[in-house]
Design a protein around this ligand. Structure first.
Ligand code: SF4
Length: 344
């Protein structure tokens, strides 16, 4: 019988598991506290549990944090982590310090099946979805490497894969992140980024999770978006933005729209004006991401004056628009650059 990964279970489910083994439910709370408060995943070292429970539990479950295969620091202070999963697949997470903030970008799939033409991860294709515990395992795995006293402050679902295409595991991992009996993050400090699956956005809206949402928009006309992002043929811009307008944002938070600037493709002043019109009525902020080059890419980064002119059009219309010079560019960890040989 294969062992249950305790990181796949919500705290209440750990309680039910220990109850099914004849122990009181509070033992489950103790196990969750060991894993999520103390970072201890070795059942044998959970010393406030009776020995016979530890032994019985070891025959049914384990707490499996993926192994860190590589850790690459960038000159800008960010670090790329490559995790090797139990079946040999690999995923990446990126740790990004910024003043008081320590943000971790996690992956939700091995590769990605959406094939955005500017994205290196998309060029890999989709291998498989991650399990809940493999998403949470990235948070625990990176947390173990932090110096004493340091703590992750923000989590963004912007690594490899499309979170809403791995819906169940994404939502369960969000519940573990926000549950005070598990990792206890404020939902305001968590952002889920989506390629624009309008149906998934509607579904997430009903979960009452109150996390932030980031939308990979990247174009202002359906013609251009169809070419850049095949998903647009299923969910056109109008449908996507209608779902965004209905999404319950956390109090005083704004929805983020990601916009990769591609030279001569989507970077004209007319594009900027159209973008401002499209986002009217949405509490929005825009991240402008100058394209990060990768070998074989079909696109290039616009010259600086064109990037700044695009931003200026938005600022003149009182829209918050920030140029994001991606972190981790020198280590292949910037937006749209995450790629890894899928298996050994
Ligand atoms: S941009 Fe996101 S959704 Fe599109 S291919 Fe890359 S990882 Fe997938």
């Amino acid at each position: 019988m294969s062992l249950t990964n305790l990181l796949d279970l919500l705290p209440a489910e750990i309680e039910s598991l220990v109850e099914s083994l004849g122990a009181p439910r509070y033992r489950g709370r103790q196990i969750a506290a060991w894993i999520y408060r103390k970072g201890m995943t070795d059942l044998d070292r959970m010393t406030n549990l009776p020995r016979d429970l530890r032994e019985t539990l070891a025959g049914r479950a384990r707490a499996d944090v993926p192994a860190t295969e590589r850790r690459t620091p960038s000159q800008d202070g960010s670090q790329k982590f490559v995790f090797r999963l139990a079946d040999g697949a690999r995923v990446q997470s990126v740790l990004m310090p910024d003043g008081d903030r320590l943000t971790l970008c996690v992956s939700t799939q091995v590769g990605c099946g959406f094939g955005c033409t500017f994205c290196l991860t998309g060029a890999m294709g989709l291998d498989r979805n991650l399990a809940t515990g493999e998403i949470i395992g990235q948070v625990l795995g990176v947390g173990r490497t932090l110096p004493a006293g340091a703590r992750l402050t923000h989590i963004v679902y912007m690594g490899m894969g499309e979170p809403l295409a791995n819906y169940q595991a994404t939502v369960r991992s969000l519940r573990l992140l926000t549950d005070p009996r598990a990792l206890g993050f404020s939902p305001r400090r968590i952002t889920v980024s989506t390629v624009g699956l309008a149906s998934g956005i509607e579904r997430l809206a009903r979960e009452d999770l109150r996390v932030n949402l980031a939308i990979s928009l990247h174009a202002t006309s359906n013609d251009t978006r169809d070419r850049l992002m095949p998903v647009n043929k299923g969910f056109a811009i109008e449908e996507l933005l209608a779902a965004c307008r209905r999404f319950p944002l956390p109090f005083r938070q704004r929805m983020t729209f990601e916009y990769v600037l591609l030279d001569g493709v989507n970077d004209s002043p007319e594009d900027a004006r159209r973008l401002a019109r499209l986002l009217q009525g949405i509490r929005a902020k825009i991240n402008l991401i100058p394209f990060n080059d990768w070998p074989g890419a079909l696109f290039s980064r616009p010259p600086l004056p064109r990037i700044l002119a695009f931003q200026q059009v938005l600022l003149e219309r009182s829209i918050t628009a920030t140029v994001r010079w991606s972190k981790g560019e020198d280590i292949g960890a910037a937006c749209g650059q995450l790629s890894e040989a899928v298996v050994a």
